[in-house]
Ligand binder design. Structure first.
Ligand SMILES: [Zn+2]
Length: 403
């Protein structure tokens, strides 16, 4: 890929963003009129394991601090897949969907600005981040709040008498005190990818705290599902050039190359950890990795990754969003004698959200195939099928797109 070609375009975008022109230049959708809002609308409610019911409810009153959003689309997350299969969080009945976006069709009179201070109008496209009902003091730039652990998120709220609580629906009611961002300058695909991308922006910020990750670092990314692929994209947009992707699926490794990995290793081609380490080393031209990102939920993959890292190197583990079981390591060889610096990464902060909006523009600006991460699109009434497709792991990101 030729990065130089698009530098001018990126610089223009960045400058426009700094002076606030991006907002003005963004095409404004015609403001939806309140008359167009129906009396009732659908939600997809997970009512039992592996089963959504499409239910119709009256659209609730929009209070003075609330925003009514007409949902355009929402990605299916690994968390949704776990909920669909096993309900580990005990949320059923629940309207899931937290990677969603849509258009403001009604606002309470107190709603003027988003969580970053940008104006909000009817017709603006928005995403939500988290809800701090119990802690309204927390603002976007509160650095003491490390991540969203413990905060509520639309799409993971148990059902209540409002019902429009998740993005797998026709409408979402954003209640006062929630975070909301005006992202009218991003297209629908980009907006659906904001949430998963924020996870990687956060992971790279965590990795940077080790002081080991540098422009010229040799970086191994293990796991090329959406998380690993976006990890490569984030590294690539920040100027890290020497990336090796590790996965067991040739198709995903091909995609990893298009995202910016210079070399790939298919672990299925190698018997035994010594051979696999040899392959990783070869992929880096005879060197171990300076830094590694572990993006799979496999305990064996966690055990393996230490072997790919050089003495004094670093590791960011972000693959275990649920309990995947224990992993075995050898503290002598894997940590002490190598002096490896390890960080864990968990979801994101509000600040990462703002960084993510810029990342998405830059990723497209340098020609990364971000749009192709969304491999399947289903309408809301085919949500059961969409989830089954997701469980079969046939694609990458599967999205529900409303007509
Ligand atoms: Zn998610």
């Amino acid at each position: 890929m030729d990065t130089n070609l698009n530098i001018e375009e990126i610089v223009k975008q960045v400058l426009a963003g700094m002076s606030g022109q991006a907002e003005k230049a963004a095409p404004k959708a015609p403001a939806a009129s309140a008359a167009a809002i129906p009396k009732t609308a659908r939600v997809a409610m997970l009512t039992s394991l592996e089963h959504y019911d499409i239910k119709e409810y009256p659209i609730p009153e929009v209070g003075d601090d609330d925003i009514l959003v007409k949902v355009e689309g929402c990605g299916i997350c690994g968390t949704d897949a776990h909920e669909f299969k096993r309900d580990p969080f005990g949320l059923i009945p629940v309207v899931l969907g937290h990677e969603g976006t849509g258009e403001i069709v009604k606002m309470g009179k107190n709603v003027k600005k988003d969580s970053a201070g940008k104006d909000l109008h009817l017709g603006d496209k928005v995403v939500t981040c988290m809800i701090f009902k119990d802690d309204p003091e927390i603002t976007m730039f509160d650095l003491n709040k490390q991540n969203v652990g413990g905060a509520d998120v639309y799409g993971l709220l148990p059902d209540d008498d409002i019902h429009f609580n998740g993005w797998f629906s026709d409408y979402l009611l954003i209640r006062g005190g929630s975070t909301v961002f005006n992202v009218s300058d991003l297209d629908l695909n980009s907006r659906i990818l904001i949430e998963p991308c924020a996870v990687l922006v956060h992971a790279v910020e965590r990795a940077k705290t080790t002081g080991i990750l540098r422009f010229n670092s040799r970086v191994a990314v293990q796991g090329c599902g959406p998380i690993g692929l976006i990890c490569i994209a984030v590294l690539r947009t920040m100027g890290v050039e020497n990336i090796v992707a590790i996965d067991g699926e040739e198709k995903r490794l091909e995609f990893a190359k298009r995202m910016g990995a210079g070399n790939t290793v298919n672990f299925k081609d190698y018997k035994g950890i010594e051979n696999l380490v040899g392959a990783v080393k070869e992929a880096f031209g005879g060197h171990l990795a300076d830094f590694a990102f572990q993006c799979t939920g496999s305990p064996v993959a966690h055990s393996n990754i230490y072997k790919f890292i050089r003495n004094g190197g670093g590791l960011c583990e972000l693959g275990f969003f649920i309990n995947g079981g224990d992993a075995t390591i050898n503290p002598h060889f894997d940590i002490c004698s190598k002096e490896i610096t390890t960080v864990g990464s968990w979801v994101y902060t509000l600040r990462d959200y703002a960084t993510t909006f810029d990342f998405l523009k830059r990723a497209k600006g340098i020609g990364l195939p971000m749009d192709e991460l969304i491999t399947h699109r289903f309408p809301l009434d085919q949500i059961n099928e969409a989830h089954q497709t997701n469980l079969r792991m046939e694609g990458l990101k599967i999205a529900i797109i409303n007509e």
